[in-house]
Every structure is written in C-alpha cells, then in structure tokens.
Design a protein around this ligand. Structure first.
Ligand code: FAD
Length: 116
C-alpha cells in the first residue's frame, strides 16, 4: 500500500497510470486525424519503453506487439485499452472489468449518479 506524500510503489503507479490512460481514451476524438492516431500510438510505444517498472514494461511491449493499439475512434481506442487492462488483470489474478461500462467509469460517471 502507498501513502500520500510518499514515493509511488508499483500498485500506486499502476493505478495512476491506468487513470491517465483511460482518461486519455475517454476524451480521445471520435474522428481522429492521422496525426492524432500516430501520436497516440507513439505515446503508448514510448510509455512501454520508459514505464518505471521494468517487468511491467517488458510485458507491455510484448502485448503491444501481439495486440497493436487500435486508435481509429474513441470507441475503438477505449475498448482496446479496456481489453489490454483486462489482460493485465488476468495476469495479476484480478477481476475482469465489463468493457461495455468503460465510458461510464471514465467519462460520463455511473448511471446511478454516484459520481455527481
Ligand atoms: P487497477 O488495475 O490499477 O485499476 C484501476 C481502476 O480501473 C479500477 O479500480 C477499476 O475501476 C478500473 N478498471 C479495472 N480494469 C479495467 C479495465 N479493463 N478497463 C477499464 N477500467 C478498468 N502490476 C504488477 O504487479 N505487475 C505487472 O506486470 C503490471 N503491469 C502493469 C502494466 C501497465 C501498463 C500498468 C499501467 C500497470 C501495471 N501494473 C502491474 C499495475 C496493476 O495493473 C495495477 O494498477 C495495480 O495492481 C493496482 O491495481 P488496482 O486493483 O488498484 O486497480
């Protein structure tokens, strides 16, 4: 576990990084330009090289090769990212997230109003 004001451990770093990535996907363009698509792919590739957890980054690079990022629309990218995160969840023995709920979780807030 980690505490506010202390260096991030693997768990806190992961949580923060997923927050950034899913929020980037939540606000990604519906109709991205070629530049925007290229930037997102480049961002992920570079992140997978510099991510400061070595064994995580190694698996990240392997996964990106096997499942290239799909960045043609907000829907496509957020679904691809959800599936990628689920593959990490499987590896760590965590529960699978229902990818039909990804925009509720990361963009719109839960339908029951719990994020208002
Ligand atoms: P997290 O997995 O951090 O998820 C945060 C929140 O995202 C959850 O509470 C849930 O609301 C939501 N969520 C969960 N799954 C999904 C999904 N599929 N789609 C959308 N939203 C979802 N840790 C290791 O120990 N070993 C590793 O090899 C490793 N590799 C990692 C690779 C990457 C690229 C990243 C970003 C993190 C990695 N981590 C790794 C960290 C690990 O994935 C978790 O972030 C960490 O264990 C904290 O888990 P958590 O249970 O708080 O939820």
């Amino acid at each position: 576990a980690s505490r506010d004001g202390c260096p991030l451990d693997k768990v806190a770093l992961g949580r923060a990084t997923w927050g950034l990535l899913h929020t980037m996907a939540a606000f990604y363009e519906d109709n991205p330009s070629d530049n925007q698509k290229r930037d997102m792919k480049t961002f992920l590739e570079v992140l997978s090289r510099v991510y400061p957890c070595e064994h995580c980054a190694k698996d990240f690079r392997k996964d990106l090769k096997e499942h290239p990022a799909q960045v043609n629309s907000q829907y496509e990218f957020s679904q691809w990212l959800c599936k990628f995160h689920n593959r990490v969840n499987v590896k760590l023995g965590k529960t699978q997230f229902d990818c039909s709920k990804v925009n509720e979780r990361w963009r719109d807030g839960w339908l029951d109003g719990s994020c208002d």
